[in-house]
Design a binder for this molecule. Sequence first.
Ligand SMILES: NC(=O)c1ccc[n+]([C@@H]2O[C@H](COP(=O)([O-])OP(=O)(O)OC[C@H]3O[C@@H](n4cnc5c(N)ncnc54)[C@H](O)[C@@H]3O)[C@@H](O)[C@H]2O)c1
Length: 268
Amino acid sequence: MSSDRDAQVICVTGAGTGIGRAISHALARSGARVAVADLDPTAAETVAAEIEAAGRQATAFEIDVTDRASVARCLSEVVGRHGRIDAWCNNAGVSTMAPFLDLTDEDWEHNMGVNARGTFVCSQAAVRQMLAQPRPPGDGPRGRIVNIASMAGKRGNAPFLAHYVASKFAVVGLTQAMAGELASARITVNAVCPGYVRTGMQAREVQWEARLRGVDAERVVDDYVRDTPLGRLQTPEDVAGVVAFLCSPAADFLTGEAINVNGGAFMD
Ligand SMILES: NC(=O)c1ccc[n+]([C@@H]2O[C@H](COP(=O)([O-])OP(=O)(O)OC[C@H]3O[C@@H](n4cnc5c(N)ncnc54)[C@H](O)[C@@H]3O)[C@@H](O)[C@H]2O)c1
């Protein structure tokens, strides 16, 4: 068993609920010291307390991924507490829904701002910190970035989500570009592309989509399941296990990938 000082320090954004919460639990179970970071500090505190109650290590931090000053403050608090950062998971994300011709600048800025720009801003800050730290011994990565993109980052045909699709394609592109540029520094950059995951975001989308399509909410959920060959909605834990793998030594030589975790809904 590794000592406490050897435990990886990993920050997860948007960790106060949904997929980020499950990722935080999975990373903590794998032995990491998890920085649970969210726009909602109370939600972050709750998740950190759950993890501590399970005998693992987590601390809550407040972050707004769209605000450079907030990101810098969070990073410096994490490093102040744990001494370094080994991996950063850009999970914070938002969605809204509207037909393309009804999309507003506000919809565009909000989705692009949190999903794409937030990933950019946090990754820059985290990678600068990783590069300033002493090189770890061995051939393993010096740091890892894991981006939570989406099936909508590869499959553009997602009604009412053109702005969200654009933001998630941006995340997949950024993942590849960063992976190429940062490989010589031994920093790996990968993405995970979930499908239909049962979270608060999905619950909101089901209501919006039902209204926009003029069907009931059950029909929308049935359609999600019908679109998923493995035959059920995803759980946040389905995504979390793959993030834990990407932060483990088993993924040391993996970079620039955008891994589908969607029950077969989209294969590419
Ligand atoms: N639920 C799905 O079906 C699904 C599918 C594919 C991809 N995703 C992606 O997975 C990620 C998590 O989604 P979820 O379903 O758990 O969402 P969610 O809405 O349930 O939770 C998102 C969390 O992000 C936080 N957040 C929002 N804006 C933030 C900001 N500016 N700074 C910091 N934190 C912020 C929220 O407070 C919340 O705790 C998102 O990037 C989302 O796009 C979700």
